[in-house]
Design a protein around this ligand. Structure first.
Ligand SMILES: NC(=O)c1ccc[n+]([C@@H]2O[C@H](COP(=O)([O-])OP(=O)(O)OC[C@H]3O[C@@H](n4cnc5c(N)ncnc54)[C@H](OP(=O)(O)O)[C@@H]3O)[C@@H](O)[C@H]2O)c1
Length: 281
């Protein structure tokens, strides 16, 4: 397993399990499976409405809390609620969160950021960060923050590599974390002939080649999966490396092609949407 050290000294695994669109039962089973395979990073969110299930999987794993790096995200509807972090901790059934992110640059995200800074100072959260912020929005946070964001979680994959944003983040000492690392399962990305060729060379699947490229490119990854076989494969990445020429060939696949484009209308809807967090199993 490879780790990175965040800008406040906290160690974070480079590979974790994502839980977007997983029902509570699916999330519990995938997270438990992942922890059994050796994963130590879990990504969830208030809005995934599966935080209670993630908490159950952590308990069932038998691991000590300190062995797991738990990441979740505050949803805009909760940015101005003083007890939002406490309620998140309660759903996760844990005493602290390793990394808490502002999920969307929607609503009063400055208030949300300040809420996270307070939780950080109180020791309820070990690191804080942002998700789905562009460079301008990040600069706004950097201008007002007392605690610097440690991570930006955003869309990154071989078709959308965010090279300019990564240079900016690197200068600021902020790590990038990729969501949709496998293009959300898009077959045209997964079946790219280059990945098949490299897969044959290394005895790995195309998905494993993509994930290995992410790690070597400095992208923390959290592939999502309901499949025990995929969960196992997505963590079996540490016994081979791509060479410089292969890394460059994948770098040349960048098409600046997003699968998800945020609009002001969507952000407005996000700010108004209240996820049914209290109704989850
Ligand atoms: N911050 C945000 O706004 C945001 C947005 C989106 C996602 N995320 C986070 O990022 C995580 C990853 O994103 P994602 O789950 O949507 O997309 P992803 O990881 O790029 O792709 C997941 C898809 O790929 C398939 N897959 C997984 N491993 C595979 C393998 N080894 N071979 C072939 N197919 C494979 C999965 O199907 P199977 O179930 O069949 O394996 C699933 O359909 C999320 O779970 C979530 O934690 C955050």
């Amino acid at each position: 397993m490879e780790n990175v050290t965040l800008n406040n000294g906290l160690k974070m695994p480079m590979v974790g399990i994502g839980t977007f669109l997983l029902t509570p039962d699916e999330a519990e089973s995938s997270v438990l499976n992942a922890l059994k395979c050796g994963y130590r990073l879990i990504d969830t969110a208030n809005a995934y409405v599966n935080e209670k299930a993630v908490g159950r999987a952590m308990k069932k794993s038998g691991l000590q809390r300190g062995e797991i790096f738990l990441e979740t995200k505050l949803w805009p509807a909760f940015y101005e609620q003083q007890d939002a972090v406490e309620k998140t901790l309660k759903r996760l059934d844990t005493g602290y969160i390793d990394l808490l992110l502002i999920h969307q640059p929607a609503g009063n995200y400055i208030a949300g950021y300040k809420l996270m800074e307070k939780a950080y100072k109180e020791g309820k959260v070990k690191a804080i960060g942002l998700s789905n912020f562009n460079m301008e929005q990040m600069k706004e946070i950097l201008a007002i923050c007392e605690v610097k964001p440690a991570v930006l979680q955003t869309e990154v994959h071989p078709y959308f590599q965010e090279k300019e944003l990564k240079r900016f983040l690197s200068n600021e000492g902020i790590m990038i974390q990729s969501w949709y690392p496998l293009g959300h399962g898009d077959k045209s990305l997964l079946q790219e002939p280059l990945f098949s060729k490299l897969g044959k060379k290394y005895g790995k699947s195309n998905a494993q080649i993509i994930l290995r490229w992410h790690i070597q490119a400095g992208n923390i990854v959290i592939p999502g999966s309901k499949s025990p076989a995929h969960i196992q494969d997505n963590f079996d990445l540490f016994d081979f490396s791509l060479n410089q020429d292969e890394m460059e060939q994948i770098s040349a696949m960048d098409q600046k092609k997003r699968y998800y484009t945020s609009t002001p209308e969507m952000l407005k809807r996000y700010a108004e949407m209240v996820p049914p967090v209290d109704e989850q199993k």
